[in-house]
Write a protein of this length. Structure first.
Length: 367
């Protein structure tokens, strides 16, 4: 009905974080009391996963009209329907790690948390890769700012090709009230990566002297692996000379594992003093590996020359013990080789004048 005085209706929301009114008051006069006035209520986006929240808009009378001022306030019940979902988004990684290289991915929350959310970041295989910073913390102030996770590939010195691993991203929350548990209850997410092997390759590195001399000083053969075997695996390296009549190697076997693969082992090489006039002879020392699937086919070698000493092919005829005489006196002399022959050597022995002197043998044979 028409009021005797202006009627002011005060409009208020019981929870302005959920719904806000566009006017705080409506005024009706004797001239417009019958014309409806509109109040618009706008739901507030709070970015929190707080569910659908009920609230009221209250209409209270303020007037000098005795009839209207006696009226009780009225309320309009509403619900602000939530559009936020608790969750977190993990981006695809920038790529695989290499040994010693980096890969990145980001993490961001899907809604504003009620309490700080801390993520634990763990590699499933820290022999292949580790997370540079193992935790991320999001607050109500920075929940929507992506944070970067850096993963570093580990150089394991093993010829292990490309190895798959995971980085697990797990939310941890210390709840202050029941709403804080939303993030705490979320399952972890896994980021699939792989560590690509670098130049690690199964191999045996062998080095030694270019020459060793018959009767001379020994030389050193140095043996070491080019990469580490798998943990718990033994690699046996056997050494032998292709021509053991020229050179010999001792010891003939070394054993390597993941703890000593890069420690140089030393074998001794000696030329064999054979007394032959065979000149300088080239040969090889071969290293063969076994015991590990990657090393079973590995063979390495080093060339070495056995230098001949002063052996020469010649023979020596000794001096005559005395002259012969017609009275029966005999003379004698010796013959000897200067070096060991490769085949029997036969000397023909003859006198230049058998009417003056005769020899007791016609031939001498050396073997």
């Amino acid at each position: 009905s028409e009021p005797f005085a202006d009627v002011v209706l005060n409009i208020s929301s019981s929870d302005v974080t959920e719904g806000a009114v566009n006017v705080s008051a409506l005024t009706f006069t004797g001239a417009d009391w019958s014309v409806p006035q509109t109040v618009t209520v706008t739901g507030q986006d709070d970015f929190q996963d707080d569910g659908d929240v009920a609230y009221n808009v209250t209409v209270a009378v303020s007037t000098g009209d005795a009839k209207y001022v006696a009226l009780a306030l009225q309320t309009v019940g509403l619900v602000n329907e939530d559009d936020d979902v608790s969750g977190f988004v993990v981006s695809a990684p920038s790529g695989n790690t290499t040994e010693g290289g980096l890969a990145n991915f980001t993490v961001v929350l899907g809604s504003e948390p009620f309490a700080d959310v801390v993520f634990q970041l763990v590699s499933s295989d820290e022999a292949e890769a580790v997370v540079l910073v193992p935790t991320l913390t999001f607050t109500a102030a920075d929940w929507d700012v992506p944070q970067t996770v850096t993963v570093t590939g580990q150089d394991d010195f093993v010829d292990d090709d490309t190895v798959q691993y995971l980085v697990q991203v797990s939310p941890q929350v210390s709840p202050r009230n029941e709403q804080d548990t939303v993030y705490a209850s979320l399952p972890s997410q896994d980021v699939q990566l792989a560590c690509e092997d670098d130049a690690d390759a199964a191999g045996v590195v062998v080095s030694g002297p270019a020459n060793v001399t018959e009767g001379g000083a020994s030389g050193d053969i140095l043996v070491v692996l080019a990469s580490s075997p798998e943990a718990g695996t033994l690699v046996e390296v056997d050494l032998h000379a292709v021509d053991e009549s020229e050179v010999m190697v001792e010891p003939r076997r070394f054993v390597f594992d993941a703890t000593n693969w890069s420690v140089i082992q030393v074998a001794t090489i000696d030329a064999q003093n054979d007394a032959f006039d065979d000149g300088d002879v080239g040969t090889r020392v071969v290293a063969s590996a076994s015991g590990d699937s990657k090393y079973d086919v590995v063979v390495s070698e080093v060339a070495v020359t056995a230098v001949d000493d002063d052996d020469e092919s010649h023979f020596i005829v000794g001096p005559i013990s005395q002259n012969t005489s017609e009275a029966g006196a005999t003379g004698a002399f010796t013959v000897v080789l200067g070096s060991e022959p490769f085949a029997d050597v036969v000397f023909d022995v003859s006198s230049s004048d058998v009417t003056e002197g005769a020899v007791n043998v016609s031939a001498l044979t050396f073997t």
